[in-house]
Design a protein around this ligand. Structure first.
Ligand code: PMP
Length: 393
């Protein structure tokens, strides 16, 4: 059965992660895979999460199955964190999933079931795994223009394309901290997005993997909250991998907003069935850590302070790195990095320069120039900036 099976295609980001691990040069710098790193280059367990884990170890009496859609307390806590009071609970169906990737996968499956002809529109560019999974599922996809080469939102092109997306299609939008560009719509852009979608009837699918990494927990959710308030239907895929540092433990949630309670009831039965058909029960442990942290005011404050420190560190790195690049290149070519949001920016570099950075300097960026800003440290910034300046002369 397996003889002659063609090799599966490697994921470029995972391949780069493995290449970095295999590189024995001292001083190598990993700006590739999307994992938050502190000033020591480490990704420690967040202290509030560790405390919740200790609490759970001492008090948990059973590991018996929960529900097919996961622990309702987890769903409720994340609903409030992301949507606030933008949509009442009686409009919202949910399914706990293995990470944000699981939530996206279940969203695509739901679309395939309820709207088999719907095209899913992705921003150009987007996190590559969006297209990869949709292709794998043989779903119709298209892209809309989003980022201009200068590193800003290509506003006119974006709105023009958005307005052309017909009723019944699905528009995937990054909730905040767009991956890979760090370019987010401004608050007034979200207002315009909502206006366009309410006119066209296309349904938004929001991918929210970095709430709190941009400008703040509430600020980063303001755009999607506005859509939830304004539009009758919406899908929201939430990842707790970065925001709670739970990467390998896999906590994620799909929220599906319906126009009314009757629609919500059938939607909920469909989501339950999708989970049953995919993996039965989603992982519980990580989700329970999240709901424990969010339910306890002391732990929640500790988590928020930690998240704020992460966000602030990234902002400072962006400022320092941009200033250094400006000084060394004597140009404003990299200035946009300072105002972009979240963990990623895409450096305006040719593939040849990206290869030279990796091979000659041990500096690992994704092939499209995406860098994980948090992979920089005060020590590596001068060296990375110098190498970039050298490759771009
Ligand atoms: N969406 C985006 C935009 C991401 O960057 C990621 C993680 N790289 C995810 C979703 C999924 O994250 P996970 O499955 O690890 O929770």
């Amino acid at each position: 059965m397996f003889h002659g099976l063609p090799a599966g295609q490697e994921d470029p980001i995972i391949a780069l992660m493995l290449a970095f691990r295999g590189d024995t040069r001292p001083g190598k710098v990993d700006l590739g895979v999307g994992i938050y790193r502190d000033s020591e280059g480490a990704t420690p367990v967040m202290s509030a999460v560790r405390k919740a884990e200790q609490h759970l170890a001492e008090t948990q009496e059973t590991k018996a199955y929960t529900a097919l859609t996961g622990d309702p307390a987890f769903a409720d806590a994340l609903r409030k964190l992301t949507l606030g009071d933008a949509a009442s609970a009686d409009r919202i169906a949910f399914a706990g999933t293995p990470g944000g990737s699981g939530a996206l996968r279940q969203a695509y499956e739901l679309i395939a079931r309820t709207a088999p002809d719907a095209t899913v529109w992705l921003p150009d560019p987007s996190w590559p795994n969006h297209m990869a999974v949709l292709d794998y599922l043989q779903r119709p996809t298209r892209t809309y223009r989003y980022a201009a080469p200068e590193g800003e939102l290509d506003r006119d092109a974006f709105f023009e394309d958005l307005a052309s997306i017909p009723r019944g299609d699905v528009v995937l939008l990054h909730g905040c901290c767009h991956n890979p560009t760090g370019i987010d719509p401004a608050p007034e852009d979200w207002t315009r997005i909502a206006e366009i979608l309410s006119q066209t009837g296309a349904v938004p699918l929001i991918d929210l993997a970095y709430q709190g990494f941009g400008t703040g927990l509430t600020e980063d959710a303001a755009g999607l909250r506005h859509l939830a308030k304004t539009l009758p239907e919406m899908l929201l895929c939430i990842s707790c991998s970065k925001t709670f540092g739970l990467y390998r433990d896999r906590a994620g949630l799909l929220l599906a907003l319906a126009a009314n309670d009757a629609d919500r009831t059938t939607l909920q039965s469909q989501l339950t069935l999708l989970n049953r058909n995919a993996f039965s029960f989603p992982p519980d442990h990580a989700g329970r850590l999240v709901s424990t942290v969010l339910a306890d005011p002391v732990l929640k404050a500790e988590w928020e302070a930690e998240l704020t420190a992460m966000r602030t560190r990234i902002r400072t790195l962006r400022d320092t790195f941009t200033a250094e690049l400006r000084r060394l290149t004597n140009s404003d070519r990299f200035d946009r990095i300072a105002s972009q949001n979240g963990m990623f920016s895409r450096l305006p570099l040719e593939p040849e320069a990206i290869r030279a950075l990796r091979e000659d300097h041990g500096i690992y960026l994704i092939g499209d120039g995406r860098m994980n800003v948090s992979g920089l440290t005060d020590e590596t910034i001068p060296r990375v900036a110098r190498a970039i300046a050298e490759t771009t002369v």
